[in-house]
Write a protein that binds this ligand. Structure first.
Ligand code: BTN
Length: 336
C-alpha cells in the first residue's frame, strides 16, 4: 500500500510551492529567474531553491538554467491536488482535495473522513484502488495511473429518499465533462452509467449515512475509464466496457478531465440546491435517449421487459409492462 503518500490541498490556502507553479504556468514554459520568484513570493533565493527541490520530489521536472533561472518542463503524470485545483474556483466541490497513489476504495476513505466531520465538497482521488467498489456488490477494475477514481462528500439538507437525485446530478456532470474533453457523444443509461458507442465508460456508486428523516452525508463515488487499454479490462464483464482513449483514439489528460468534472459538479450542485432536481432532470432526460426504448431490467431475482416511460421525482424508472406501469427503484438495465 502506498496510502501514506497522500497529498492534500485546501484551495483556500495557497502554498508557496503552488505560487511558484502558478508563476511557471503564467510564463508558459519560459525561464523564470530566481530573483523574480524570490521577490514575487518575498522569500530568499535559498528558500526558492528549497521549494523547487520539493516540487521535484513531487514529480515536477524543473530545469535549473545556469545564471538565468528555472523552467518548468513537465508536470507529474500522477494526479496531484495542486494541479487539479489550478484555476478551479469552487463554491463547494473541490474546496479540499486529497490524492492517494493507492487506496482500497476512495468511497471508503471519503466515508471515514465524512464520519470524522470532513467538510462538504471534500474530494478524495486515487491513482489506483485495490478494492474498487461497483454497484450491486461488484468490483470496479481500478488499474494504476490510467483512470479517474474519485469520491466527493456532500451534506445536503434533504431526506434519504431524495438522495438518489444526486446520482442524476453526478451522471450529468460526467456526461458534460466527457463532451468538453473529447469529441465523443456520451449517452446516459439509467440509473448511473455512461455509455459511448453502447459500451460502459463510467459508473457511479453513491453511499450515504442517514437517519429516518435526514441525510447526514452522501459520498458520490465516480469512476471514469479515461486512458485504460483493452488488455486492462477484466475478462468477465457483464456489460461491454471501454475507455475514452479506446473510443476516441487519443489519450485524455486526467488532471484536466478531473478539473472539468469538479467544475461541472460544483455548478450542478449549486443549481440543485438553488432550483431543485427538476432543473437537472431535464438535462438527464435529453442525454439518456432511453425514453420509448424497449429494455430488460434485472432486479434481484426478477427480470422484466418493458418500454421506458420516464423517471419520476425521486429518480425511479417508470416502465410500461404491456399497459401496466411498474416503478423500478434499482436494477440492471439492458437496452434491447
Ligand atoms: C458501477 O458499478 O457502475 C459503479 C462504479 C463506481 C466506481 C467508483 S471509482 C471511485 C469510487 N470508489 C469506489 O470504490 N467506487 C467508486
Amino acid at each position: 500500500m502506498r496510502e501514506h503518500s497522500a497529498q492534500t490541498i485546501d484551495t483556500g490556502v495557497i502554498t508557496l510551492s503552488q505560487q511558484i507553479l502558478d508563476i511557471f504556468r503564467r510564463r508558459n514554459g519560459e525561464i523564470v529567474s530566481g530573483e523574480e520568484l524570490s521577490s514575487a513570493l518575498r522569500i530568499s533565493r535559498t528558500a526558492v531553491w528549497k521549494h523547487i527541490k520539493a516540487l521535484k520530489t513531487l514529480g515536477y521536472t524543473i530545469a535549473a538554467v545556469p545564471a538565468r533561472g528555472y523552467r518548468l518542463l513537465a508536470s507529474p503524470d500522477t494526479l496531484v491536488p495542486a494541479e487539479i485545483a489550478a484555476g478551479l474556483n469552487p463554491r463547494r466541490i473541490g474546496t479540499k482535495i486529497t490524492c492517494f497513489n493507492e487506496t482500497d476504495s476512495t468511497n471508503n476513505v471519503a466515508f471515514k473522513l465524512a464520519e470524522a466531520g470532513a467538510c462538504e465538497g471534500t474530494v478524495v482521488i486515487a491513482d489506483a484502488q485495490t478494492r474498487g467498489k461497483g454497484r450491486l456488490g461488484r468490483e470496479w477494475a481500478s488499474p494504476d495511473g490510467v483512470n479517474l477514481y474519485c469520491s466527493i462528500i456532500l451534506r445536503p439538507s434533504i431526506t434519504p429518499v431524495a438522495a438518489s437525485q444526486l446520482t442524476f446530478l453526478s451522471v450529468v456532470a460526467v456526461a458534460r465533462s466527457i463532451e468538453r474533453s473529447t469529441s465523443l457523444k456520451p449517452m446516459i443509461k439509467w440509473p448511473n452509467d455512461i455509455l459511448i458507442n453502447g459500451k460502459k465508460i463510467a459508473g457511479l456508486l453513491n453511499e450515504m449515512s442517514a437517519e429516518t428523516e435526514k441525510v447526514n452525508f452522501v459520498v458520490l463515488g465516480i469512476g471514469v475509464n479515461v486512458n485504460m487499454r483493452a488488455d486492462q479490462f477484466p475478462s468477465d464483464l457483464r456489460h461491454p466496457a471501454s475507455s475514452l482513449f479506446i473510443e476516441g483514439g487519443v489519450p485524455v489528460n486526467r488532471t484536466a478531465f478531473a478539473r472539468i468534472l469538479f467544475h461541472e459538479l460544483d455548478a450542478l450542485y449549486d443549481t440543485y440546491l438553488e432550483e431543485g432536481y427538476w432543473a437537472i432532470r431535464e438535462e438527464w432526460v435529453a442525454r439518456s435517449q432511453m425514453y420509448g426504448r424497449q429494455v430488460k431490467v434485472s432486479c434481484q431475482e426478477r427480470v422484466m421487459t418493458g418500454v421506458v416511460k420516464g423517471i419520476d421525482d425521486i429518480g425511479a424508472l417508470l416502465l410500461d409492462l404491456d399497459g401496466r406501469e411498474e416503478r423500478v427503484l434499482s436494477g440492471d438495465v439492458t437496452i434491447l
